[in-house]
Write a protein that binds this ligand. Structure first.
Ligand SMILES: Cc1cc2nc3c(=O)[nH]c(=O)nc-3n(C[C@H](O)[C@H](O)[C@H](O)COP(=O)(O)OP(=O)(O)OC[C@H]3O[C@@H](n4cnc5c(N)ncnc54)[C@H](O)[C@@H]3O)c2cc1C
Length: 302
């Protein structure tokens, strides 16, 4: 990695660090080091990073705010590219907004609500980046990214960039084309919003936030919903009725507030969380015959 780091520094791509602990970049505060960690300073520099990655044939992964990630205690072999401050442009053109993949979704939703633009009220408590939200088709309160996204600008592993339309993004429940069929990095997204009543929008956002405060463990490090809802069932309800709320392995605990959240209740390791996930899967399958699938992305060295 030394040689690659030197090459990237010569290209002045932004911050480049070796063995960066990922616990500092995930909301659950867990995760070993990334062999190489890069925070590109612009979309153009990110494209240069991709060129170097392609030349050396190394594994890579883009991350945003780490709010849907469980990173192994042993860390990640390849390159982790964090989209943040360098890739957070914002352009508001009437009811259409173009925003960088590294922009905070909560900050975006708050900012546009104050301008009386409606469409992102659902996002007020989703602590991810715009890019992570597009990749996940993040949603809540009956809406999601697919309802407002017009197109997304994607950087692919071969270094090419392409605008994908909403249809081409192939969104469905917490998924998009980027997850399996066409891996790539969301560098920009265009949202079509509508004009609304500023006071009503701000009030709805506050109501959504207040609801989270009484239903989710907002004061503990966590990674959002651990399992996808096995529709028509709800993961949280199944876990609660199985009596698993409060169950603890090491420092990882199933939240006493919400069955589908695992919190880092104190020095939890990824192995603690993984053991708890397996315990939930086994219990729910044995009791109800339902197979639970994780929503949180589990990555890194085994
Ligand atoms: C307290 C809490 C509440 C939450 N509530 C909700 C909720 O109500 N609804 C909901 O849907 N989610 C929720 N989440 C989960 C999470 O916030 C979302 O999934 C969010 O969209 C993840 O964005 P991120 O930037 O943190 O992505 P990360 O966690 O950094 O990454 C998640 C995945 O997205 C990929 N990714 C990240 N950035 C990009 C990019 N620019 N281009 C391509 N791929 C990228 C990563 O490779 C990874 O596979 C919650 C999480 C927490 C901690």
């Amino acid at each position: 990695m030394k040689e690659i780091k030197t090459e990237l520094l010569a290209l002045d791509v932004g911050k480049v660090k070796e063995n960066e602990p990922l616990a500092s970049h995930t909301t659950i505060k867990i995760g070993g080091p990334a062999a190489l960690f890069i925070e590109p300073s612009s979309i153009e520099k990110l494209q240069k990073v991709m060129g170097v990655i392609k030349k050396h044939g190394i594994n890579w992964r883009a991350i945003g705010r780490g709010s849907n990630l469980l990173v192994s205690d042993k860390g990640i072999d390849g390159v982790v590219i964090k989209l943040g401050a360098g890739i957070n442009g914002l352009e508001i053109n009437g009811t259409e907004i173009t925003v960088g993949g590294g922009y905070s979704l909560v900050s975006l939703a708050t900012l546009i609500s104050r301008k009386g633009l409606s469409g992102l009220e659902f996002a007020s408590g989703i602590p991810g980046s715009v890019g992570g939200a597009v990749y996940m088709n993040a949603g809540a309160h009956g809406s999601d990214i697919s309802k407002v996204l017009t197109k997304a600008h994607i950087l692919f592993a071969d270094g090419t960039m392409e605008w994908l339309s909403n249809t081409e993004m192939d969104f469905s429940y917490r998924t998009s084309v980027l997850q399996k069929k066409r891996p790539g990095i969301v560098v920009e997204a265009v949202f079509q919003l509508s004009e609304g009543n500023r006071e009503e929008i701000v009030a709805l956002m506050q109501k959504n936030k207040d609801y989270r405060k009484v239903t989710q463990p907002w004061n503990y490090p966590c990674a959002g919903s651990i399992f996808r809802n096995p529709l028509p069932n709800f993961a949280g309800k199944l876990i609660e009725s199985a009596g698993l709320k409060g169950h603890r392995i090491g420092g990882a605990e199933i939240s006493t507030m919400h069955g589908n959240f695992i919190v880092n209740a104190g020095n939890a390791t990824a192995n603690d969380v993984l053991a708890l996930i397996d315990h939930v899967k086994d219990t729910i399958f044995n009791l109800y015959g339902v197979k639970m699938e994780t929503e949180v992305e589990i990555i890194g060295r085994k």
